[in-house]
Structure formats: C-alpha cells, structure tokens
Design a protein around this ligand. Structure first.
Ligand code: KIV
Length: 274
C-alpha cells in the first residue's frame, strides 16, 4: 500500500475541509463501486473513497429507481467491494426506508452494513432523522448526509430533478446541511442543486461537501463509475463527463473476440496446450 492509496478515515475528511475564506486545494474524489472486480481495479487507483450506493439497484439490477435496494442487497455488494478494495474508505448507502422504521431496525441495518465491510453509512435526507443520525454517530459509526436530489424520495418529489432552485428551497437546504453537521455527520453529498446553492452550503458548514451535479464549489465530487466510464452512451445528463467511451471499447473487444472465433484465428497455437 503506497502513501497515495492509504485508506482515508474521517479525520482525513475533516482535514480536507478548507478553513473559512479559503478555497479547497485538496478536494475529495469518490466513485461508486458495486462489485469485486471493479473494487480490485479501483483499489489500485488514486481515488480517495468508494461509495456502495443504492444506485446499484438501477445500474447492476436494472430497476427503475433506488427504491428497490434493501439491506440484504446492500450488504451483499458491500462485502464484495470490501474484499476487493481493502485500501479504500468505503461508504455504504442506507437503503429505502431503512432509517424510517424506528431505532432498533435502523441500528440493525447500520450493523449489517458495517459488518459487511463499510467504513461509514450514508443517509438520504434530514427531516425526522437528526436524532437517529446523532445516535448512529454516538455509536461510533460515521454518517455521511445526502441532500438535494434524494433519489429514494423520487416518487415524493416528482422525478429525478434539480432541487433548491427557488430561494425558499435553497435556504431550507442550507439549514438542513447545518443541522446535519450539528448532528455529527462527517460530510454531506449534495446532489443536483444549483452551483450557487452548493457554494453557499459549502461555505456555511464545517464538514466537507461532496457534489454530484452541484457545480465546482464543493469540497469533493462523486460520480457513478459506469457513468464516468461512458458505459451507457445514451445517459449524458448536464453534470456528467464521460472520461472514457467504455461502451464502444468493450463492445468492440467482444466483437473482435466473436470475429476471431468465426475466422478460426482464436485460439492460436500459442494459446493452446501442447
Ligand atoms: O447511490 C448513489 O450512487 C449515490 C450517489 C449518486 C451520490 O447516492
């Protein structure tokens, strides 16, 4: 394990928050990771941390929303990622309704994700959850907040859409972020909010903000791995940058394999046992 790939911890997150009036020179990078083979790959990159997001319900299982992830599914994927990426700080998503059924079931869910190998849990939303968040933090489990577009609430907010565009909604987001920091969250994801709102939140709270579709003025950025790799060429929301054309690269490789079988040039003598 090199210095660059040393596993982060919550103190490193705190240290990456610039002081008041300073701009961040050491932003936090995070990507989603759902399985063993991509975890092994990411373990050898410089990315700071991995998120086993409940977006795995959509990306890995083809559901139309994250509502379909449950604790068992999250724990299964977290176990695979933890086996593949022992050097990375792993955040596991608390799935749909797992924090809304009372203290004991919520703590059972936290226990399942942490014992599966997460280093922290992420909880969407703030209203009605501050006491639970404080209790989880007091229990020694780091909590990452998640505000703005909270996909588990997709049916309640009328779709995957930018949040906090109106002044009142933007102000409410700033206040929610302050309360999450006070409750003990070590960082907060800001998803699909106007850049100016994300900047205001980032400047008003003492914990790092991690943006996705929240502009450049957050303390870190997160993207879904398959999205940044361009695995779905048709999915190109405004905030997404494709860092590779993964769809073309992989489909061309598989088609070359197919052609080589048809033409008989795979396997060669060198690729065969004598
Ligand atoms: O589940 C997920 O992938 C997430 C990110 C979009 C932040 O929560």
């Amino acid at each position: 394990m090199t210095e660059q790939t040393k596993q982060m911890n919550v103190l490193d997150f705190a240290a990456r928050k610039p002081g008041p009036g300073q701009s961040s020179s050491d932003k936090i990078s995070m990507v989603t990771c759902y399985d063993f083979w991509s975890a092994q790959l990411l373990n050898r990159t410089q990315v700071d941390s991995l998120l086993v997001g409940d977006s795995l319900a959509m990306v890995m299982h083809g559901f139309d929303s994250t509502v379909h992830a449950d604790v068992d599914l999250m724990a299964l994927h977290i176990r695979a990622v933890a086996r593949g990426a022992p050097d990375k700080f792993i955040v596991g998503d608390m799935p749909f309704l797992s924090v809304r059924k009372g203290l004991a079931p919520a703590m059972d869910a936290v226990q399942a994700l942490m014992q599966a190998g997460a280093n922290a849990v992420k909880i969407e939303g703030e209203a009605g959850q501050l006491d639970l968040i404080a209790h989880i933090v007091e229990s020694g489990v780091p909590v990452m907040g998640h505000l703005g577009l909270t996909p588990q609430a997709v049916h309640g907010i009328g779709g995957h859409r930018v949040q906090g565009r109106e002044a009142a909604a933007a102000k409410a987001l700033v206040e929610s972020a302050r309360r999450l920091a006070e409750a003990g969250c070590f960082s907060v994801v800001l998803e699909c909010v106007p850049a100016i709102v994300a900047r205001c939140i980032t400047n008003s709270i003492s914990i790092p903000t991690i943006g996705i579709g929240a502009g450049a003025h957050t303390d870190g950025q997160v993207l879904v791995l398959q999205d940044l790799l361009g695995m779905n060429p048709d999915f190109k929301p405004k905030f997404l940058r494709h860092y590779a054309d993964g769809f073309t690269t992989i489909s061309e490789a598989v088609n070359r394999f197919h052609e080589d079988i048809k033409t008989g040039c795979f396997p060669s003598r060198q690729e065969s046992y004598a």
